[in-house]
Design a protein around this ligand. Sequence first.
Ligand code: ZN
Length: 397
Amino acid sequence: MQRPSVGGVLQLLWQERQISRAEIARRSGLSRSTVSEIVGDLLKTRLVAEVGDGPSQGGRRPIVLQFQDDAYAVLGIDMGAGHISVALANLRGQLIAWEHRSHPVRTDPEGTVSCMKELSEACLRQWKGGTERLVGIGIAVPSPVDPRNPDRVSDVVMPAWQGHNVGESLRKRFRLPVFVDNDANLAALAEHWWGAGRGIDDFTYVKVATGVGAGHMIRGQIYRGAHGIAGEIGHLAIDPQGELCMCGLRGCLATRVGSRALVARASALLLEHPGSALAGREVTIGSIEDAALGGDRLALQVVGEAADYLGIAVAGMLNLMNPARVIIGGGLARLGELLLAPMRRSISSRTLVNSIDSTEIVTGELGGRAVALGAATLVLQNALADLRHFRNAAAGS
Ligand SMILES: [Zn+2]
């Protein structure tokens, strides 16, 4: 067992980057001898180095300790509905390597697992540290994740994965801890540590992609609910008479603003707008976004309608949760104000007075890398709480 104070000292070092033993003792309330012992252990892991003398406080000049961001790395995998992205990052969230491939994740569990391994190995080959200095692996899945059984995805959302284990194969291959969580939760975590949610402890991240999901950050912690289903905003019923959703319910938000819905809507509208920039092109989310950015009326109508539906769901959420900020991520977020302005209008017509005024609606800062980076951040968050993650990594070196 590690003593409880070790995690605190490690986190203080990470946060301050440079600090003396005396300052750690002062800030943590631990005795100088306890701090010296803990720092001794940290020096052995190479997570911390002595980098010279700090300013004197009257007596001897104290030795400055520096957290070593590049001593280890963390790997994050974004298992999307139709792609796999892998980010290898240092302990400050800076990208060392990035690999991305389209893959039918939902329908092909075996192929997905081999692709995750392959791309992870490709990332590791680009780093001199190798597997020995990798702390662990995080996997983001497009499904609710029950914290009591995180290796299983939902049978309803991903029926082909029934009986499959998400993390097991990577755990065996790399002999490292593997953490699994929902993609929107992890994007929220990434934005909290490195992006649009920095310094904000109560916000909601809404990911608009193939599906729609939300991650709630409450008092600085991801809120998962009793069974990990919190944040499934995509399955809020927006239209009781609406289309049947893949979840079995009718009129879900995802049936209006998910990628497939937008492509279908744009294709249908093309009959009325033969002059649209989309005419004669393959209609995809990418081409709709490009056309909207170019001012195409059809594309703007599709985006405007999606923004209106999103606004209905977000308005309900604002009334319930009252977050300080709503961060919109996923593919559509690159539209910026083209999406946000109609969304704000939709929200303000449906929220209690003051609710929209006190909540900022912004786009994420991490773009398409938020989810993979969040999966890597989950590993970092766990490791900073427990030095043994670094000991394990150092044992093989
Ligand atoms: Zn649904």
